[in-house]
Design a protein around this ligand. Sequence first.
Ligand SMILES: *Cc1c(COP(=O)(O)O)cnc(C)c1O
Length: 357
Amino acid sequence: MRRFLSGKYASLVPYVPGEQPRNIQNLIKLNTNESPFAPPESVARAAARAAERLNLYCDTEARALCEAYAELLGISPDELLPTNGSDEILYYAFLAYGDDTRPMAFPDITYGFYKVFADIARVPMRVIPLDSDFGIDYNDYMNIGANAVIANPNAPTGIAIPAQDIESILRANPDYMVIVDEAYADFGGESCVKLIRKYDNLLVTHTFSKSRSLAGARLGFGIGCKPRIDELKAVKNSINPYNVNSLTQAAGIAAIESNDYFMQKIAELNTIRDDCARELRAMGFTVLPSSTNFLFFGNGALAGDVLYSELRARGILVRHFQAPRITPFVRMSIGTRAQMEFVITNIRDILTRREGT
Ligand SMILES: *Cc1c(COP(=O)(O)O)cnc(C)c1O
């Protein structure tokens, strides 16, 4: 099969993204933590205006975008590196900071892409188990002799740890990088962006895919002190200098200008999430405490893959991971109020029918 593929990729196991069905008309899609809300119209208008100049290459530095996001975060534009989704900056970080003597350490239960990045970047990895409550114990990351990659809040658990705990990890590993993936921080976690000038071994990553309704545009950021960003820029400019296309740069700026809109939607989703968690607990589910736009929940009496299939049969798409410790759980993104009411009704019905049999 792989007749021409280099032997160095013979054992590559690619990341498996959540299903993106072609026909989502009769489907409630709650499997990849997208926002159920479209971005404001100003975003599409900005992208359409940028489309008039598609004959020209985009700004490799995305300067206007960096200025806008730096202002929002209260940092300097040269402390930012925009990328094609945050997956791209995470990959660059594995390339830039990992090698045989500098492994990448991350939890056993976390974003599945880290393992794949370690694999393709040929970097050894060290897997550090979550504690028995599925939390990250910062004590497990003291003097580990490795770079650490911490999703905060973590996925798919949804659990956040305080910035103070990350600070302890930064201080305990001053000669190694600590990469904090803040894909969901807008929904409740405490951001570590405020620490980038205090710790030169910190890289924070952000994405516009979740809280800012731009999953399809592919926009992420690396955030760190200028020397770290300069190193990562050198990697980026050696692979893909035009990594963020001009439509996405324009859409990103317009999204930043609509920050209030997104903050309002985040607050709305958080309320729906907490209501939904309460209903699930009342039905007997274990629901991990979420600081994100998804819930990770399960019920000892109902296997996670069964719940997944039952929901799928009713047009509701969630995510189930066939991985040690978490098979009883499913991960469900938070949709609109109406969608979640439909989901809760269906879950109640699934439980009732199973009790009846
Ligand atoms: C969604 C997600 C990302 C990456 O998202 P992009 O769309 O590539 O920006 C990174 N980390 C975690 C934990 C995520 O859930």
